[in-house]
Ligand binder design. Structure first.
Ligand SMILES: [Fe+2]
Length: 287
């Protein structure tokens, strides 16, 4: 696990901001300890798990301006959308500042607001994010594109968000590769026809979902694979490729997150992508 601390204290970077693209691609978690997301006075009422209509988080689609996962309506829903829009824009500015080679190539996905405490949240093993995993989306296949996520701890009581950060992708993939099975031809298209997925699930996406599940289900892997505890202080912001760096969220409440999708051919070193690593291990094209 490699944690790299940055002195960045502005969302749009600054004159001294160095290009962090290579550091991200090699599996670092970049921590901006002094980069808080400023919550406005009219937004403090949003800081309650009671705003959720789902178990985990409220979501915001910046492309459509649409909220999900919340029971709020009227002015309160408007305030939540405005806060998440502001975070989404700030996170996009940060990625632009830290990763100049990705400018114009990154696609902005959804943002999420997680007002619920992690500790004690009951869930099935598959949804249990306190178990080490790499990210993969069941309903929205990435098709091989990278998942880059920006997180900010906005806990108003000053509490940290605690992760375990585990091995890099290649190590994990080697451990589980033999158990990952290729889907039947046409299976990915069928899922899209049945509207289980928003687009056809590629063999890459199928293998990543299996890997996610295998990691979470394996008690020996969870307890004995190399891992480090990291506390992200309230007021800090961090980013990493969550499809590559194994992670588990152990404790904390109130987090904002924005997802970005990065095409493999926009990378400085495409060979480091989970797509290319799995293709090498399986000996065939996967997307
Ligand atoms: Fe995750």
């Amino acid at each position: 696990m490699s944690l790299r601390e940055l002195t960045t204290s502005a969302w749009a970077g600054g004159p001294a901001t160095d290009d962090q693209t290579a550091a991200l691609e090699s599996g670092n978690v970049l921590l901006c300890r002094y980069l808080p997301f400023e919550v406005e006075s009219g937004e403090t009422g949003l800081f309650s798990p009671a705003i959720l209509s789902s178990a985990k988080n409220a979501s915001f689609d910046p492309a459509r301006g649409r909220l999900g996962g919340t029971s709020l309506g009227g002015d309160q829903a408007g305030a939540l959308a405005a806060m998440m829009r502001r975070f989404s824009d700030a996170a996009a500015g940060l990625v632009d500042a830290l990763c100049p080679p990705y400018r114009g190539r990154v696609v902005r996905g959804r943002a999420s607001f997680r007002p619920a405490e992690i500790v004690g949240r009951a869930s099935s093993w598959r949804k249990d994010d306190t178990r080490l995993h790499v990210d993969s989306f069941p309903a929205t296949p990435s098709g091989g594109r990278r998942i880059l996520r920006v997180f900010s701890n906005v806990n108003p009581e000053g509490r940290a968000r605690t992760w375990r950060v585990g091995d890099e992708f290649e190590e994990v993939a080697r451990r589980f590769a033999a158990a990952l099975t290729l889907p039947l031809p046409g299976a990915g298209h069928l899922l899209a026809l049945l509207r289980i997925t928003k687009s056809p699930r590629t063999p890459y996406d199928a293998l990543m979902l299996q890997l996610h599940d295998r990691m979470k289900k394996d008690d020996a892997f969870q307890s004995s694979s190399p891992q480090t505890r990291v506390d992200f202080p309230s007021g800090s912001t961090w980013l990493t490729f969550t499809d590559q760096v194994s992670h588990a969220a152990m404790a904390g409440q109130y987090q904002l997150e924005q997802t970005f999708l990065v095409p493999v051919d926009a990378m400085l070193e495409p060979a480091r992508s989970p797509l290319r690593i799995l293709e090498r291990l399986k000996g065939r094209r996967l997307a």
